[in-house]
Design a protein around this ligand. Structure first.
Ligand SMILES: Nc1ncnc2c1ncn2[C@@H]1O[C@H](COP(=O)(O)OP(=O)(O)O)[C@@H](O)[C@H]1O
Ligand SMILES: [Mg+2]
Length: 234
């Protein structure tokens, strides 16, 4: 479905990603794990057209995305839930969700809204509140909910568990599995939370200072001595 082919992405002349190739198949949860500064956010920004791709190609179902603009990439069904959430603090929860569905018909929007409120009853309770008044965990839910409202073909999540307390981290990862299983949504998840990501990912890639160093099944990487030593403190 999504192929990233040997891309290089630079800030000024300095490459942040070098020769990165990966694939996401329809219906999969694919993880990209790596420490702070590894290039995870840059990868998602390149896919969603927020950073130019200097070398290589990004293809979604045969369509080259790397030559398109962000809004065109979004229209091809790529939703990006950014790091830091990017919600509109002074808009209500409901308005934030509607904004996620701006490319959809009213029927599609209302159908998806029901689903988002089913997944996140808390957002329903707070639907008329300003988004900025939500707790940190609720803001993460809202950001994911807004991504779902676009009814994307692929949902990209940038560190959805960052800064949350353990109970909420578990809840977010359970939710990622639910939308994958119940809604059949394809998910590309980038995370520093290596343990939980590998537990939910069908397959994963390990990114270190801009290069992919390992790939495998989620469970397989959990058992990998190199991963255990570098990321799991074992
Ligand atoms: N706006 C920017 N300008 C210059 N360098 C950047 C910028 N954003 C990220 N970088 C650099 O690119 C590298 C990868 O960063 P990033 O993709 O944010 O990593 P991660 O999301 O894995 O923490 C880092 O070395 C970082 O310092
Ligand atoms: Mg990041």
């Amino acid at each position: 479905m999504l192929q990233v082919e040997a891309i290089e992405v630079r800030y000024d002349d300095v490459p942040a990603l070098r020769d990165v190739s990966l694939e996401v198949k329809e219906g999969e949860i694919v993880g990209v794990i790596g420490s702070n500064g590894a290039g995870k956010t840059t990868l998602l920004r390149a896919i969603s057209g927020m950073r130019p791709v200097a070398e290589g190609a990004i293809i979604l179902d045969g369509v080259p995305l790397h030559t398109l603009k962000s809004h065109e990439i979004a229209a091809h069904g790529v939703a990006h839930v950014p790091e830091g959430r990017g919600i509109f603090a002074y808009q209500t929860v409901l308005r934030n969700l509607y904004l996620g569905a701006f490319l959809r018909t009213k029927e599609e929007r209302d159908e998806m809204l029901d689903r988002v409120f089913e997944l996140f009853p808390r957002l329903y309770e707070r639907r008329n509140q300003q988004a900025g008044t939500l707790s940190g965990g609720e803001q993460h839910m809202l950001a994911i909910g807004r991504g779902l409202m676009a009814r994307p073909r692929i949902l990209m999540l940038d560190e959805p568990s960052l800064g949350l307390m353990p109970k909420l981290v578990d809840m977010i990862f359970e939710l990622v599995q639910r939308i994958n299983r119940e809604d059949g949504l394809t998910i590309l998840l980038v995370e520093q939370n290596v343990l939980e990501s590998l537990e939910v990912a069908d397959r994963a890639y390990v990114l270190e200072t801009g290069s992919l160093v390992l790939e495998g099944g989620g469970r397989e990487l959990l058992d990998d001595p190199q991963v255990q030593k570098a990321y799991l403190g074992m």
